[in-house]
Design a protein around this ligand. Structure first.
Ligand code: TYM
Length: 332
C-alpha cells in the first residue's frame, strides 16, 4: 500500500513557497495515494507562538489546504496535537536517534542561530517528531519542498535503527517526493535565501492572503540585477534573483524554465515582472477567494479537523499498540 504523510506548520501565513513546493503537489498526488495531511501545531510551538494566533493560524492553514484543492473526504486532514500518538512515538524516537545525528541538522543550526543555548529543546528534537508523524502511519511517501530532504534522511535512519535495535521489520523505508519547478522558492529580497515565514521582511515573500495590489507591489520591488534577463539556465550563475523569478514564472505557468528563458531572455526585468505579477494574481486569485470564504466558516473547518483527527487516531492505534509490544511496554 502506498501511503502519503505530509505536514505544514501553522506559524503564520502560508506563502507561495509552501504552495508551489508542497500543497500543489499534494493536490496532484491525492488521487493516487492514501493520504494524511497534517497541520503540525506541535512543531509550531518549538518556537514561541501566541496561543490566540496559533489557533487562528491553524484554521487558516487548514483553509489554505482545502482552498488549494485537497478533498477532506478522501484524505485525512487534521491537526497534530489532537492525535496523542505523535508525541508518544516522538518520545520513543528521542531514545532511538543519536545526539550526533541531530547535531548535524542544518535547519536547527539556521533556526537556533547564534542563540543556540537559548533555543528550546523541542527545536532540537524537532526532526524526531517529524519521523514520528510519518512512521506512526507507516507512510511510504512524503511530498515536501527541498528544504526537508535532510529531515527525511533522518527519518530513514531512525526507522532503520529501530528495526535493527528491536530485530523487527516494522517501519518501511520512506521515499521523499520532491518534484516540480517550485521545490525551492527563494526570497524576493535575496535570491540566495529561502522564501520563509520567519523572514522579518514581509516583502521577501508572497503570502497566500496577499491581495492583488500587494502581490504586484512585491514583485515590482523584487530584487534584480542590472543585466538583461538570461536567455538560458546556463546563464543563471551568480544571478540568483533572475533564476528565482524565472523559476517562479515556470512553476506558476507550469512550463519549463527553458521555455521561460526562451520567451523573456535578453528582455527587461520590468516587462517580465509585469507579466509575472499578472500570472501570480491569476493563479492565486481563485484559491484566495476560497480561503476568504472558509474564513467565514470556522465551524466547517473545525469539523474537517475533528473528523480528520478521529480517523487518524483510528489508523494510528493498532500501530501504536504494536510499537508498545515491540519496545516491551506492558499493556495490562
Ligand atoms: P513548513 O511548514 O516549513 O513548510 C511546509 C512545506 O512547504 C515547503 N516549503 C517550501 N517549498 C519550496 N520553497 C520554499 N521556499 C518553501 N518553504 C517551505 C516545505 O518543504 C514543506 O514541504 N517540518 C515541516 C513540517 C512537517 C512535515 C512532517 C513534513 C512536520 N512533520 C512530516 C512532512 C512530513 C515544515 O516545517 O514545513
Amino acid at each position: 500500500m502506498k501511503r502519503i504523510f505530509s505536514g505544514v506548520q501553522p506559524t503564520g501565513n502560508l506563502h507561495l513557497g509552501n504552495y508551489l513546493g508542497a500543497l500543489r503537489n499534494w493536490v496532484r498526488l491525492q488521487d493516487d495515494y492514501d493520504c494524511l495531511f497534517c497541520v503540525v501545531d506541535l512543531h509550531a510551538i518549538t518556537t514561541w507562538q501566541e496561543p490566540g494566533e496559533l489557533a487562528t493560524n491553524t484554521r487558516e492553514v487548514t483553509a489554505g489546504m482545502l482552498a488549494a484543492g485537497l478533498d477532506p473526504k478522501s484524505n485525512i486532514i487534521f491537526n497534530q496535537s489532537q492525535v496523542s500518538g505523535h508525541a508518544e512515538l516522538a518520545w520513543i524516537f528521542n531514545c532511538v536517534a543519536r545526539l550526533g545525528w541531530l547535531n548535524r541538522m542544518t535547519q536547527f543550526k539556521e533556526k537556533a542561530g547564534k542563540s543556540r543555548e537559548n533555543a528550546s529543546v523541542g527545536l532540537f528534537v524537532y526532526p524526531d517528531l517529524m519521523a514520528a508523524d510519518i512512521l506512526l502511519y507507516k507512510a511510504t511517501h512524503v511530498p515536501v519542498g527541498d528544504d526537508q530532504k535532510q529531515h527525511l534522511e533522518l527519518t530513514r535512519d531512525i526507522a532503520n535503527k529501530f528495526n535493527n535495535d528491536f530485530k523487527v521489520d516494522f517501519f518501511p523505508t520512506v521515499e521523499p517526493l520532491i518534484f516540480g519547478a517550485g521545490t525551492r522558492i527563494m526570497s524576493l529580497r535575496d535570491g540566495t535565501k529561502k522564501m520563509s515565514k520567519s523572514d522579518p521582511s514581509d516583502n521577501s515573500r508572497i503570502n497566500m492572503t496577499d491581495g492583488t495590489d500587494a502581490i504586484a507591489r512585491k514583485i515590482r520591488r523584487a530584487k534584480t540585477d542590472p543585466h538583461p534577463l538570461p536567455a538560458s539556465p546556463a546563464e543563471f550563475d551568480d544571478r540568483p534573483e533572475a533564476a528565482n523569478l524565472m523559476g517562479l514564472f515556470a512553476a506558476l505557468s507550469e512550463t519549463s524554465i527553458e521555455e521561460v528563458c526562451g520567451r523573456y531572455g535578453g528582455g527587461l526585468f520590468s516587462t517580465f515582472k509585469g507579466d509575472l505579477a499578472d500570472l501570480a494574481v491569476a493563479r492565486l486569485g481563485p484559491i484566495q477567494d476560497e480561503m476568504r470564504r472558509l474564513k467565514e466558516a470556522p465551524d466547517y473547518v473545525d469539523q474537517v479537523l475533528g473528523d480528520g483527527a478521529r480517523r487518524a487516531r483510528e489508523l494510528a492505534q493498532p500501530t501504536l499498540d504494536e510499537i508498545q509490544d515491540i519496545v516491551g511496554f506492558l499493556r495490562p
